[in-house]
Design a protein around this ligand. Structure first.
Ligand code: GLN
Length: 634
C-alpha cells in the first residue's frame, strides 16, 4: 500500500474555496460534467444566430459548462472562460433590479407574468392595457429596462452593470461591437419600444431605453460567470463565491418564477415539464438553469434550435437533471450539513488499547486515517458536499471511514457519486471503509451492481465504527513497520505495570501472582461485583463493555497481552464499573488487593513503582478522553 503520511495536515483546515481539482485527481462531480461535455460535443445540430451580424462571427463549436453550488464550489469544463454576450439571459437579472428599484405591484402593473408561448421578439401586448405578457419576451424586457432607476442614462447603465457584476463576482463590461451591431439592426425592438410608449408602459422617450436594452444584451460574460450568476439566484441572491448580496432575497423567488414559466421562449412549458428547473437562454448560445438552494449551471454553445435555444445547452441541462434527479418537484428541501463529525486517526482512536509505542505511531501518522460521520438524507447536493470535503483531503488521506449510522436514506445520484469516489480511492490505492452500510440497502445494492460479485474487494465494511478504525490503525501500523503485530503473549518482564522493577523485585511479585485461564467468550469481571484483585494479561485479548441507556452494550476498550485491567478498584475500592470478557482464550495473572497491600509493607519500593505505572496509565486514558472530547463536543 502506498502511504500519504507526509506532509502532515490538520484535519479541520478551512481552506479558501478552491477550484475543482486537488493534485491527486478529479472530483467525481467534475468527471460527470466532463462526460456530459464529451457526449454532447459531437452534436452539430442547429445554427448560430445571424440576425445580429456581430453574433454570426461566433465559433459554432465553442462549448463550455460550469456548475456552481450554493456553497460556492465551482466545477467547469470545456470553453468555460470564452467571452460572449449575455443577450436574453440579462432579462431575469434586470427584472430583479426593476423589482428592487420599484415595488412589486408597480412592476406588475407594467409587465405581466403570464407565459406567452410566443417567440422572443413577438410584438405581443395584452389587448386593452398594452401590458407585455411577461418580462422574458423582448416587449416585457424593454419595459423592465425602462424601470431601472436613475436620473440619467449613464446612471442607469452604471447601476445595471453593477448589478450584473455583483451576480458574477467580477466587473463586467459591455461588448461595444455587439452593441453597435444590434443597435444598427434592431428596428423591430425599436418598434416594440414605440408600441410600449403608445400604451404608456414606457412613459418617456423610448429610444434611450431601447439603447440601454441593447447594451444590457451586449454585456460580455463567460460560461463561468453564468454559472456563478445562476448560483447566486440558487443561493437566495447572495453570491456564494464573494459572499455579497446581489439582489434582495425576497425578489429571487419572483425572478425564478418568471424564468420557470417563460424563460425558454415558446419551449418553456416543455422545459419545466422535462428539466424542471427555472432557466433562461439567450440567442448567443448561453443557458442558465437554477436549482434553488442547491446550485446554478451555465452552458454555452452557440448553435440554436428552432426556438432560439442552444441545442447542446438544452441537452446538457436535460441530462444533468435526469442523471442527478434534479427536477424541482422531485427534491426534498435540505438544511443541515451532511457531515455530523469529522476527525482523523491522530485525534480519535479505536477502542483498542495501544502500547505506548503504538500510541506514538498513531499520534504521528494517524492523520492519514480520516473519519466522516454523515447525517441526513444523501442526495446530489449533500453527497457533493461530502465528496467535496473528501477531495480536499484526498492527498493526505489513506483511509476514509464513512460512517452511515445516521443516514436514513440515499438516492441514486448520491450512490453514483460515492461509487465514483470509491473508484478514485481504488485507483490511488487508498481505502474507503463503510460502517453501517446495512442501513442503506440501496447503496449496498448499487455498489454490488456497479462492482460485480466481488464488490467487497473494493471497500471494507464494518458494523461498528471502532472496529473500522481499529482495522485502519492496524493497516497503518503494518505499512509503517511491516513486522508489527499485536502482542499475543507476555511474560512477567513485559507487563506494563512492572516497568522499572529489578529482576529481584520481579521475582518477589511473581511469587504472589496467581495464574487463571478463561475460555473465549467467558466473563472475567461482572459489573457491580466487589473488586478484590487486578488482572495482568499474559495471553490473548479481552474486551471491556458497558451497558448503554438503551439496553445495548458498547465496547469501550480491548486489551492485549502485557496490559493491566481491573486496576481502578485497587485505588478507589469501588465495585466493578464494567463488564470484561475474553475475546480469545485468555491467561491472566491475578494480583490480589491483599497481596498488593502486603507488598507495601515488605517492599514499599515495589508498591511505589506499581502505583507510578498505574498513575501513568490513567493519565494516558484521560488524555485520550480529553482529545476525543475536543472533537466530539466541537
Ligand atoms: N438582443 C437580443 C434581441 O432582443 C436578445 C434576444 C435573445 O437573446 N433572445 O433580439
Amino acid at each position: 500500500m502506498k502511504l500519504a503520511i507526509q506532509p502532515r495536515r490538520p484535519d479541520n483546515s478551512t481552506q479558501p474555496v478552491k477550484s475543482q481539482t486537488s493534485q491527486t485527481g478529479l472530483s467525481p462531480v467534475l468527471e460527470r460534467l466532463q462526460q456530459l461535455h464529451r457526449t454532447h460535443a459531437p452534436i452539430h445540430d442547429g445554427k448560430v444566430a445571424t440576425y445580429i451580424p456581430e453574433l454570426a462571427k461566433a465559433d459554432p463549436d465553442t462549448f463550455g459548462i460550469c456548475l456552481v453550488t450554493a456553497s460556492g464550489h465551482i466545477y467547469e469544463v470545456g470553453d468555460s472562460q470564452t467571452p460572449f454576450t449575455i443577450q436574453s439571459i440579462s432579462k431575469p437579472f434586470v427584472y430583479g433590479l426593476a423589482l428592487e428599484d420599484n415595488t412589486r405591484p408597480d412592476v406588475l402593473q407594467k409587465v405581466g407574468v403570464e407565459p406567452s408561448g410566443d417567440v422572443f421578439n413577438a410584438i405581443s401586448l395584452e389587448p386593452g392595457t398594452g401590458r407585455p405578457r411577461n418580462p422574458m419576451i423582448n416587449a416585457g424586457a424593454i419595459a423592465t429596462t425602462g424601470l431601472i432607476a436613475g436620473k440619467s442614462l449613464r446612471t442607469r447603465q452604471r447601476r445595471m452593470l453593477e448589478m450584473f457584476s455583483l451576480h458574477a463576482g467580477r466587473e463586467l463590461a459591455i461588448d461595444d461591437a455587439v452593441y453597435r451591431s444590434e443597435s444598427e439592426t434592431g428596428h423591430r425592438n425599436r418598434a416594440i419600444g414605440h408600441m410600449l410608449r403608445n400604451f404608456d408602459i414606457l412613459t418617456e422617450d423610448p429610444t434611450p431605453v431601447v439603447e440601454l436594452y441593447f447594451k444590457q444584451c451586449a454585456v460580455s460574460v463567460t460560461c463561468r460567470d453564468l454559472g456563478i450568476m445562476a448560483a447566486t439566484l440558487a443561493n437566495g441572491g447572495k453570491n456564494p463565491v464573494t459572499g455579497k448580496q446581489a439582489i434582495r432575497g425576497e425578489y429571487v423567488e419572483s425572478v425564478l418564477s418568471v424564468m420557470a414559466s417563460s424563460g425558454m421562449y415558446d419551449f418553456a412549458g416543455e422545459w419545466i415539464y422535462r428539466v424542471g428547473m427555472p432557466a433562461k437562454s439567450g440567442v448567443s448560445g448561453g443557458v442558465i438553469a437554477v436549482l434553488p438552494g442547491q446550485f446554478g449551471v451555465g452552458v454555452f454553445s452557440p448553435r440554436l434550435d428552432e426556438h432560439g435555444n442552444s441545442v447542446r445547452g438544452i441537452r446538457v441541462c436535460n441530462d444533468l437533471s435526469r442523471v442527478f434527479n434534479l427536477h424541482l418537484f422531485n427534491t426534498a428541501h435540505l438544511g443541515q450539513s451532511p457531515i455530523r463529525l469529522k476527525f482523523n486517526g491522530a485525534q480519535v482512536n479505536s477502542s483498542r488499547v495501544r502500547t505506548p509505542a503504538e500510541a506514538a505511531l498513531l499520534h504521528h501518522h494517524g492523520h492519514c486515517i480520516q473519519t466522516r460521520q454523515l447525517q441526513g438524507n444523501l442526495v446530489f447536493s449533500t453527497a457533493e458536499a461530502v465528496v467535496h470535503d473528501v477531495m480536499e483531503i484526498l492527498e493526505a488521506t489513506d483511509f476514509l471511514v464513512l460512517d452511515l449510522k445516521h443516514v436514513p436514506a440515499i438516492d441514486e445520484s448520491a450512490c453514483r457519486l460515492f461509487a465514483e469516489l470509491l473508484t478514485r480511492f481504488d485507483s490511488l490505492e487508498k481505502r474507503i471503509i463503510f460502517t453501517h452500510l446495512a442501513h442503506l440497502p440501496r447503496l449496498a445494492r448499487y455498489l454490488k451492481t456497479r462492482f460485480g460479485a466481488n464488490f467487497e474487494k473494493h471497500f471494507r465494511k464494518f458494523d461498528d465504527s471502532h472496529l473500522a478504525l481499529e482495522w485502519c490503525e492496524n493497516q497503518l501500523m503494518h505499512s509503517l513497520s511491516p513486522a508489527w503485530q499485536t502482542v499475543r503473549s507476555a511474560t512477567i518482564e513485559n507487563y506494563e505495570l512492572f516497568a522499572g522493577l529489578s529482576q529481584k523485585e520481579l521475582a518477589t511479585v511473581a511469587s504472589v501472582l496467581q495464574r487463571k485461564r478463561y475460555r473465549q467468550g467467558e466473563t472475567i469481571v461482572q459489573a457491580g461485583d466487589d473488586a478484590t484483585e487486578l488482572f495482568l494479561l499474559a495471553n490473548g485479548l479481552v474486551s471491556v463493555t458497558v451497558a448503554m441507556n438503551n439496553h445495548t452494550h458498547r465496547r469501550i476498550a480491548t486489551f492485549s497481552a502485557g496490559m493491566v485491567f481491573g486496576e481502578m478498584a485497587l485505588i478507589d475500592q469501588a465495585p466493578r464499573s464494567a463488564h470484561v470478557s475474553a475475546d480469545t482464550d485468555v491467561a491472566c495473572d491475578l494480583l490480589s488487593m491483599a497481596d498488593f497491600n502486603q507488598l507495601g509493607e515488605t517492599n514499599p519500593r515495589i508498591k511505589i513503582v506499581m502505583l507510578q505505572n498505574l498513575a501513568l496509565g490513567l493519565c494516558q486514558k484521560l488524555r485520550k478522553t480529553n482529545r476525543e472530547i475536543s472533537v466530539f463536543d466541537s
